[in-house]
Each structure stands twice: as C-alpha cells, then as structure tokens.
Design a protein. Structure first.
Length: 319
C-alpha cells in the first residue's frame, strides 16, 4: 500500500499541483492578461476536451456496456442523483441562485474524469480494458448527461452567455456546446455499433493531449484572479466532492457486487477533484467563479489525503 500511495503522489498528484501552481503564479506575475484564462478555457472546452472525450468514449463498445450493466447503472443513477442533490442543497443551505447552483453542481457534484481519468488511473492500474471501461462509462455519464443537465439548468435559471447576453432557449443553447454534443455523438456511435477505425484516433489525439495540461494551467490562472476563500460553503463543497460522493459509490459498488479492482477504480474516479469543465464553464459565463475556484483549490489539496484513503477503504471492503 505504501508503494501504491508513493506512486500516486509521484505520477498523479504532484504533477497536477505543480501545473496548477505554475498557472497561479504566472497569473500573479502578470505574465498573462486578465482575458487570457478565458481564451485557454475556450480552447479546452470547445476543442481539446471534446476531442479527448470522443477518443475515450468510442474506444468502448456496446458489448462492454452490456456486460458491465451494474457498473453502468451505478454510475448513471449515482452521478445524476448526487449532481441534483448538490444543485438543490446549495440553494437550500447557502441561498444560491439557480445558475450558481448549476455551476456548483458541475464542480462539487462531478469528478474531473475527462481531464484526469487516464492520468490518474493508468499509472496505478495499467492501460487494460477494465481501466478504459471505468473511465469511459464515468466519462459518458459526466460529459453526455450531467454537463448537458448543468448547462440546461444554467441557461434555464437565467445564466448569461460569455458576452453577458441572455442565452435564449436553454436546451438548444446547451446542445450547441461541443462539450455536450460531441460525447453524445460518441455514445450514439457506441450504442449503434459503429466502430470508429483506430487510424482515426491520432487525428484527435494530438489535440486531446493538450486537454489535461492546459485545463489545469488555466484553472491555476483563473484562481490567481481571486483570493482563495475558506468558508462554510467551500468546506461543504469539498466535503460533498471528496467524502460524501465517493462514500456513496463505495457502498453502492460493494452492494452491487462489483469486482474488487473495478470497485477501487470507480471510487477513485468519482473521488477525483471537481470537474475542471465546471470551472471553465464558471469562468466563461462568469457565474460562481470565486467560490468555485476556491472549492477546486481546496479539493485538489484534499485529494492528496482522500485518494489513498478511498483506495484503502475500497480494498478493505472489497476483500
């Protein structure tokens, strides 16, 4: 277990913190203008992330989803219910508006699987089919279900566009976002049974490789514009993301009889820091930015303790 934790720190956590800190100090040193974070966020949200999601999702196939129906059902039901729980409770407890609650749910109620899934799980569990399966299923739910729901709620609640103008029809506006329709397209191809040739992957891979690094750097750059808040709301978001959400999945996966290693990977996947896509959407639409970035910063640091703890508990319960 000590070797496992050491590997996690060296391969996963330290690089994430280093790149985010690099973006943070670059912003503080005024190496980037105030609008540059939005440009980087747009690059990730409209191009790099959709490419990464498309490549990761189409690597799955219909039989994989059917054979692992329990994993798929737990991921779908669990993430959607907890997403909505975050959405409603932040309104009840902290009197947030519906657009703010939608962005909060995208942050506190969603793991950053599309950005860091492979970066975290591959060094620990290898690049086998099981690893790709867990990442693909969680990524499908987060990016083809909860992100569209979040964007719909953001627009339906009166959220403004990047230019401050009303977004019009909420569902139509959400479906226009590449981060929404690209993973839905990928899921449709998987369900229909259309296999995307492996030769196509390199076309998207070059752009997809920029996803994690640019997203983490942009998150640090965004964070540099705001003082980190340590209040009850940030504490609640951190608790919800790092403690409550993976705890629910640990019990659900154990009750569902998931394989020990798949259970570990699922719990670690949902325990990942808040979805960077939520921070990018927050920055792009200027909604819940200060508290959202603070929640991300605290959660990234908390993940250093949460990750090995949840892996240990998953191993203990699984055995």
């Amino acid at each position: 277990m000590e070797e496992f934790i050491s590997k996690m720190l060296v391969s996963d956590l330290i690089p994430i913190i280093f790149v985010m800190a690099l973006g943070y100090f670059a912003g503080k040193a005024n190496d980037f203008k105030s609008g540059d974070a939005r440009i980087l966020n747009k690059l990730v949200l409209d191009f790099a992330l959709p490419a990464a999601l498309f490549v990761s999702i189409v690597r799955a196939d219909r039989s994989m989803l059917v054979e692992n129906a329990t994993l798929s059902i737990i991921s779908l039901v669990g993430l959607v219910l907890l997403f909505m729980l975050s959405y409603f409770t932040i309104q009840w407890f902290f009197r947030r508006t519906k657009p703010e609650a939608a962005v909060c749910a995208l942050i506190a109620g969603s793991p950053t699987i599309g950005f860091l899934g492979y970066a975290v799980l591959d060094p620990l569990y290898g690049t086998g089919v099981e690893t790709g399966l867990v990442i693909a299923i969680v990524a499908i739910v987060v990016n083809a279900v909860t992100i569209p729901i979040g964007l719909y709620l953001l627009n339906a609640g009166g959220g403004a566009g990047a230019d401050g103008a009303p977004k019009g029809n909420a569902l139509l506006s959400a479906m226009k976002e590449p981060v929404v329709w690209v993973p839905i397209l990928a899921v449709a191809l998987v369900v229909i049974g259309i296999r995307v040739p492996d030769e196509v992957s390199p076309t998207f891979d070059l752009l997809a490789k920029a996803n994690s690094s640019v997203a983490v750097f942009a998150a640090g750059l965004t964070l540099s514009a705001y003082a980190i808040e340590l209040d009850w709301e940030v504490a609640y978001n951190t608790f919800f993301k790092l403690v409550f959400l993976p705890g629910v999945f640990l019990l659900a996966g154990w009750a569902g009889g998931l394989d020990d290693q798949i259970l570990q990977m699922l719990v670690l996947s949902v325990a990942l820091p808040p979805a960077f896509s939520g921070i990018i959407i927050s920055s792009r639409f200027q909604v819940y930015t200060r508290t959202g970035t603070s929640s991300l910063a605290v959660s990234v640091l908390g993940f250093i303790v949460a990750a090995p703890t949840w892996v240990y508990l998953a191993r203990l319960l699984g055995s």
